[in-house]
Design a protein around this ligand. Structure first.
Ligand SMILES: [Zn+2]
Length: 255
């Protein structure tokens, strides 16, 4: 499906949802994620540490830890993979896991998986969260990663530029990328309109909502040439089979 037609269909389905709302039966939430709900701890050449946000407003730090403690080791506050901002804007039943992965050669990437719940607003356009002071999206494209068994996975890849001020007052820029795709009900897509279409389709046609995963990987363009994106490909090739191993439903799931 072309993105434009998918977008049109998604818009049409949302309009239909609004019209049908008063007569609509309750939507059943079928809790069958298409991929594992936790990111793997280890892969052949990558090992993960937990990314956790201290929810105590007096501390509020981001922690990167080998273990996942029940409370903040520094202040005893509550810990969550979602930041207090994300917790404030996302529905309460949103599930998430975040890791910082280090490869045996020292390369670092950050990964996140966020699942929609009963309410479809758990997954919003990633661009919304990337717009911070001094941050600009300077490019976007589809990046295709080859997987074993002649398969491939399309990712939406955003090039991000951060502008910051050095201690001496000069400004400097750094470039990084943010890549993501969606997985739900045995379907995978890099397209936000296509994901919205399938969620709306299940709600309207089947009166059901399924959890959709929004999987993202972020890394820095800290080396010249292809190396930064080769790391991304390497992590995807190792993480993809593990995400699908722990799933409760697969492409074989049907209506
Ligand atoms: Zn704390």
């Amino acid at each position: 499906m072309k993105p434009a037609s998918a977008f049109f269909l998604a818009a049409a389905l949302f309009a239909l949802t609004l019209l049908a709302m008063p007569r609509m039966t309750r939507i059943e939430f079928v809790d069958q994620p298409s991929v594992a709900t936790q990111l793997p701890d280890r892969m052949p050449s990558w090992s993960g540490r937990y990314i956790l946000f201290c929810q105590n407003p007096a501390h509020g730090e981001t922690l990167i830890l080998d273990e996942r403690p029940t409370v903040c080791p520094e202040c005893g506050g509550e810990l969550n993979p979602l930041s207090s901002f994300e917790l404030a804007v996302l529905p309460a039943d949103t599930r998430a896991d975040k890791r910082q992965y280090t490869r045996t050669d020292g390369a670092i990437l950050q990964a996140a998986i966020v699942f929609s719940g009963r309410d479809r607003s758990s997954i919003h356009r990633p661009e919304v969260c990337l717009i911070a002071a001094g941050t600009e999206i300077v490019g976007r494209r589809i990046h295709t990663v080859s997987l074993p068994n002649q398969k491939s996975l399309d990712l939406q890849l955003l090039d991000v530029q951060q502008t910051y001020r050095l201690p001496d007052g000069r400004t400097a820029t750094a470039r990084s990328y943010f890549a993501y795709w969606f997985a739900g009900r045995g379907r995978e897509t890099a397209s936000q309109p296509a994901r919205m279409f399938w969620m709306a389709w299940d709600r309207i046609v089947h009166n059901r909502a399924y959890p959709w995963a929004y999987i993202s990987i972020a890394g820095a363009y800290d080396r010249p040439g292809n190396e930064p994106l080769q790391r991304l490909d390497d992590l995807i090739q190792q993480i993809y089979p593990l995400l699908h191993q722990g799933a409760t439903s697969s492409a074989s799931a049907h209506e």
